[in-house]
Design a protein around this ligand. Structure first.
Ligand code: NAP
Length: 323
């Protein structure tokens, strides 16, 4: 079958290590299932793998892709929960299993005609969502859901700042927080992405780094160094910043004086559980939320999708239509 495979890593030229090539069809071990992938989505995680960040070189070659929706062996339409882990090993939460892995970290991923995953990772696709829309949800939307509802525990009326409005996680956070009754502030480097954020449900927008008219209760942070200081400055005393990524760099000044004096809480967040994924899908159906798709490409054009991500052009998700 045809697949997009990480064959080598280069921190400066990540796309040089992404190859479209024929690979053997997967065979499902006991307890696993093979899914025919209809749509898959790009994540920044794929670029980190190609750069050599968080992914040992000895695991290559590896089929990339953490997000997929498709059809299982029994003909059911499914969307894949992307965290492969054991809830028992994580105290009831598979994201806390020390041995957990995201799809494409230890097992071949979604940019292929066939995908092999544990049966517990198959989740029924909501009929109201297309395959392209469903493929956007497993990583970006699940991450945003856990950040907002499990970690920060937002409530209606909370003021929520989402940094880097154009990103996959960020667009999800804007839509989810707004639908949950929060007042949403969003920042971006780009005026056009700020306009898109307003359409998604943000109430107030500002260019990255600009002072907000009031302090917020919660900050959704995935940008890292470029926005960290602004996140802490924008947060009210006693407020919570939830961090799930660091696209622009992972080592900003910590500003510990500000954190302890204002008694701010800093919470990490990674992925989400299967139960949170099911809750996310239900919430999206009941609230009528649909993910923002920036563009849909064939597998043969996957490099151009990643190029747009590297160039910061995207508003929402790039979806690959596989079959
Ligand atoms: N922990 C987890 O489970 C988890 C899950 C998903 C993602 N992540 C991480 O979260 C991050 C975002 O992922 P994604 O898939 O949403 O990526 P993405 O779609 O490529 O978004 C990247 C974001 O970074 C912002 N950005 C990049 N460079 C910037 C800079 N120099 N200054 C200000 N903003 C900048 C962009 O905002 P504008 O262009 O609007 O300014 C954009 O929102 C990645 O680092 C990813 O690895 C973690």
């Amino acid at each position: 079958m045809l697949a997009a495979v990480a064959v080598h890593q280069d921190p400066d030229d990540p796309l040089s290590g992404l190859e479209l090539r024929e690979v053997p069809d997967p065979k499902a071990p006991e307890g696993w299932a093979v899914v025919r992938v209809v749509a898959a989505a790009l994540n920044h995680h794929d670029l980190w793998t190609l750069r050599g960040v968080g992914h040992p070189a000895d695991r290559l070659p590896m089929v990339l892709g953490c997000d997929a929706a498709g059809i299982d062996e029994d003909g059911n339409e499914v969307v894949i929960h992307p965290v492969i882990g054991d809830p028992a090993a994580g105290g009831g939460d598979e994201t806390l299993d020390p041995a957990r892995a995201l799809l494409s970290e230890q097992h071949d991923g979604a940019f292929a005609e066939l995908l092999c995953v544990p049966r517990r990772n198959l989740v029924p696709k909501p009929a109201s969502l297309s395959f392209e829309e469903a493929a956007c949800l497993p990583v970006a939307w699940l991450t945003a859901y856990r950040m907002l509802f499990t970690q920060a525990r937002i409530r209606p009326g909370d003021r929520v700042l989402v940094q880097g409005a154009g990103g996959g996680v960020a667009t999800a956070a804007i839509a989810l927080a707004s639908s949950a009754g929060a007042t949403v502030y969003a920042t971006s480097r780009s005026e056009s992405k700020l306009t898109a954020a307003l359409e998604l449900g943000a109430h107030h927008v500002a260019l990255s780094g600009a002072r907000l008219p009031e302090r917020v209760d919660v900050v959704v942070e995935t940008v890292g160094e470029a926005t960290w200081e602004h996140s802490l400055k924008s947060l009210r005393p006693g407020g919570t910043v939830v961090v799930a990524g660091a696209t622009s760099g992972a080592s900003p000044s910590a500003h510990l004086d500000r954190i302890f004096y204002r008694q701010q809480r800093v919470l990490g967040s990674t992925g989400g559980t299967r139960q949170e994924f099911v809750s996310l899908l239900r919430f999206m159906e009941s609230a009528g939320i649909r993910p923002q798709v920036d563009r849909v490409l064939p597998l043969s054009d996957i490099h151009s999708g990643f190029r747009a991500m590297l160039d910061g052009e995207l508003t929402g998700k790039v979806v690959i239509r596989v079959s």
